[in-house]
Design a protein around this ligand. Structure first.
Ligand code: C2O
Length: 363
């Protein structure tokens, strides 16, 4: 069966690291009139292009900052308020919802084929809200181009402490020009030399290594939908003993790889929860999250253009009909199905075209 969140059962989220555990409230504000609208892709054919964060100009930045400022200034119980938006991630990633028809089964959008569709729609509404707040329905938010050498450090526009794009819960030791390590998010990779001494990779070596990592995750090890998207995940599934169910949560290559590495790289070192980016419950509180996931989403678009007969999205009904709930830019609750979001152009956006150097980085 397709998976659907049970809104009426929304409860506290559980944040569990191996070191500590806590419960946090993350459910969305109550519906005014319990009406849920089925999502319709926007009409019109104008495509808005999301720019690379390191390439935006002053005028764009001014717009983006005003939009974010307004989002943060909305009443706290407005579902479009920034903290409410951040809590969406917490609710969908830390077990606030159970699945419709299966009250004992929590809904989790990571480590399965729900990963790309959920995050795509999450960002979609976030962007629509920003656009609405500045009266610009064509507004497109930036993406963090970490797969390209010029984007492998935290983007500058997010680093000004006086900007609404700033977040103080980050790893300060990872500010530019520290190069992200797309393999595991640590800043410094130590390499063993023949004589058993360790030495740090130079920035240039790290950047090149990242390109190989990208090639590995996007091309070599993601030749099928299941490798790229992650494991099948159906309603009511518990374990391998249920026929056709996910044996273990398993994310796709990019989700488990570069995606998590960037989360770890940005999140503060503070144990036990590594807020904000270092933990799913708090990740959405960092404006950089949305740029990070912009690039993850862009990778989905790129993946579909790569050669290979099996490099296609799933066509199973349980996937296509799985759904999520979001408040839209008018504060109406909308139900979106996976089938609605397979093509970003149908949703009215695409990405600025920039060089993709890892395509040429066959190890
Ligand atoms: Cu929902 Cu990057 O995680």
């Amino acid at each position: 069966d397709p998976i659907e969140p049970d809104l009426s059962s929304c409860g506290e989220s559980t944040v569990d690291t191996s070191k500590a555990c806590m419960n946090v409230p993350c459910c969305p504000p109550k519906l005014k009139d319990s009406k849920i609208i089925d999502f319709e892709p926007p009409l019109g054919c104008k495509i808005r292009y999301r720019p690379a964060a390191h390439l935006v100009d002053r005028d764009y930045l001014y717009k983006f900052e005003s939009a974010m400022e307004r989002m943060k200034a909305l009443p706290v119980d407005d579902p479009r308020n920034f903290m409410q938006q951040a809590n969406i991630h917490c609710a969908y990633c830390n077990g606030a919802y159970s699945q419709v028809g299966f009250p004992d089964q929590k809904l989790e959008v990571h480590y399965s084929w729900l990963f790309f569709p959920f995050h795509r729609m999450y960002l979609y509404f976030f962007e629509r809200i920003l656009g609405k707040l500045i009266g610009d329905p064509d507004f497109a938010m930036p993406f963090w181009n970490w797969d390209s050498p010029c984007g492998m450090t935290m983007p500058q526009i997010y680093l000004d402490p006086y900007s609404p794009l700033y977040d103080e819960n980050r790893n300060l030791e990872h500010q530019p020009d520290v190069v992200v390590n797309l393999n595991d998010g640590k800043s410094v990779v130590k390499q063993k030399k023949k004589n058993d001494d360790f030495y740090e990779l130079t920035k240039r070596e790290q950047r090149n290594r990242n390109l190989y990592v990208m090639y590995q995750q996007m091309v070599r090890s993601s030749k099928t939908a299941s490798c790229f998207h992650g494991a099948v995940y159906r309603a009511g599934c518990v374990s391998e003993t249920d026929i056709g169910c996910t044996p273990e949560p398993r994310g796709g290559t990019l989700e488990n790889g570069a995606h998590l590495a960037v989360h770890k790289f940005v999140g503060a070192k503070n144990p036990p929860y590594n807020e904000d980016m270092g933990n799913f419950y708090s990740a959405g509180r960092d404006p950089l999250f949305y740029a990070h996931h912009g690039n993850v989403d862009r990778m989905w678009n790129i993946w579909k253009t790569l050669p290979g007969k099996k490099r296609r999205d799933f066509d199973e009904k349980d996937w296509l009909n799985s759904s999520f709930l979001f408040y839209d830019e008018n504060a109406n609750m909308v139900r979106v199905k996976v089938r609605d979001c397979l093509d970003s152009k149908t949703l009215g956006y695409d990405y600025q075209s920039v060089d993709i150097p890892w395509l040429r980085s066959k190890p």
